[in-house]
Design a protein around this ligand. Structure first.
Ligand SMILES: *[C@@H]1O[C@H](CO)[C@@H](O)[C@H](O)[C@H]1NC(C)=O
Ligand SMILES: *[C@@H]1O[C@H](CO)[C@@H](O)[C@H](O)[C@H]1NC(C)=O
Ligand SMILES: *[C@@H]1O[C@H](CO)[C@@H](O)[C@H](O)[C@H]1NC(C)=O
Ligand SMILES: *[C@@H]1O[C@H](CO)[C@@H](O)[C@H](O)[C@H]1NC(C)=O
Length: 356
């Protein structure tokens, strides 16, 4: 049993397909992938992937930090040292979910929830606090703020007070304040979850189950997308797409796999020019869309720039990089669109040169 599982580990960690993809394609593909790892100590395999140029960045969770800022600062520094050996020489995107209130991976600011910040007029203070906090441990991207406009007390967003308000104008104002203040500290913000999960009931968690939100196109545009306009005007660096399906605009694909949303709504209607990032590729809502690699290719084809491999499993990062590299090598994926995504990611990474 033990020998068998060791063998399985060896197989998963050295996928045969890595050997078949072109080394340059693996680096190109890796530049689109955010990796994650289990527990407190990153395994050697993530350092190797970073040094080989197969990672654009790393997302950190509570289990990686365990409330110890000295520990995570040391880990971040060691990942940067591994990255110094990579062929790309671009700063890593080092990120976490520091929304405020209950959704915080680091101890400290923002202590208030989004709802409390907006109610108290302290969204700017919260954004500054989040920026200073991430910067102090060497991170440069916060997967916040949530720009969902919640509908019903206690629903998916409101149960943890993750939504600033049920009023789209207030979400818009508080969200932009948070973004401006945080980005002034040199930490990029990721407005989420485009076009909005505010209509999701408490049970509708895309991490676990497929979620369909039956909103009209005008509700989506006038209520849910509204705060993203102000966020884009405020210069938000990233937008994270939701994994819910919105049949009035695209009945077949969740937003993060739908060019109707990523290109049609976000880039063409709202004019966003920054970096798009998926929500967790391992999300239960994506069970109908194949393995992690298949999902990453579908999201990339729809126009998503960064793929979030957040299962805290090195094999997941590996399999996604391999799938994207193979799709590039076989011509299954549009190389020109992929290269445009790469240049957006490269610009973002270069913007951190001075601070990292
Ligand atoms: C925090 O991490 C540091 C550095 O790894 C370690 O020396 C220290 O013992 C840790 N503190 C706690 C309370 O675990
Ligand atoms: C202001 O923040 C405090 C916690 O710091 C919270 O108890 C209170 O409900 C907030 N006020 C509003 C109007 O949200
Ligand atoms: C938001 O909630 C408040 C009560 O907390 C309610 O008075 C108000 O009508 C709601 N606004 C919207 C737009 O639903
Ligand atoms: C939207 O409609 C579908 C099909 O009728 C249903 O399965 C789903 O639960 C609805 N979504 C919500 C959030 O009510």
């Amino acid at each position: 049993m033990r020998a068998a599982s060791l063998l399985l580990l060896a197989i998963t960690w050295t996928p045969a397909s890595v050997l078949s993809a072109k080394p340059s394609s693996l680096v190109a593909a890796g530049g689109h992938v955010i990796w994650s790892y289990p527990g407190l100590t990153p395994p050697q395999s993530i350092y190797d992937a970073i040094s080989a140029g197969h990672a654009a960045g790393v997302i950190f969770f509570g289990e990686n930090i365990a409330g110890n800022v000295t520990h995570i600062s040391n880990v971040v520094a060691s990942l940067k040292a591994a990255n110094a050996k990579s062929p790309t020489k671009l700063p890593l995107l080092l990120m976490t979910d520091q929304e405020g209130g209950k959704v915080r991976r680091l101890p400290g600011e923002p202590v208030q929830s989004a709802k409390q910040m907006c109610g108290n007029g302290t969204a700017g203070t919260g954004g500054t606090g989040a920026g200073l906090n991430l910067k102090s441990v060497g991170m440069n991207v916060n997967l916040a703020p949530v720009l969902d406009v919640f509908r019903t007390p206690g629903d998916f967003d409101d149960q943890w007070q993750r939504s600033f308000s049920n009023d789209t104008k207030k979400v818009s104002a508080c969200g932009s304040e948070f973004i401006l203040a945080q980005q002034a500290e040199g930490v990029a913000a990721a407005a989420k979850h485009f076009p909005g999960l505010g209509a999701a009931p408490a049970s509708a968690n895309t991490d676990l189950v497929p979620v369909t939100l039956n909103l009209t196109a005008s509700e989506i545009r006038d209520i849910d997308e509204y705060p993203f306009r102000a966020a884009i005007a405020a210069g938000v660096k990233l937008v994270m797409a939701s994994w819910a399906t919105y049949p009035s605009i695209d009945a077949a694909r969740p937003a993060g796999m739908s060019s109707a949303f990523v290109i049609g709504e976000l880039r063409n209607r709202l004019g966003f020019r920054g970096v798009t990032i998926t929500d967790a590729i391992e999300a239960g809502s994506l069970s109908a869309f194949g393995n992690y690699g298949d999902r990453a290719v579908l999201a990339s084809e729809a126009g998503m720039d960064l793929i979030l491999a957040s299962a805290r499993d090195i094999a997941q990062g590996d399999s996604i990089v391999t799938a994207l590299a193979n799709a590039l090598d076989t011509g299954a994926m549009d190389k020109k669109a992929f290269d445009r995504a790469t240049s957006r990611i490269v610009s973002l990474r270069k913007s951190f040169k001075r601070s990292s």
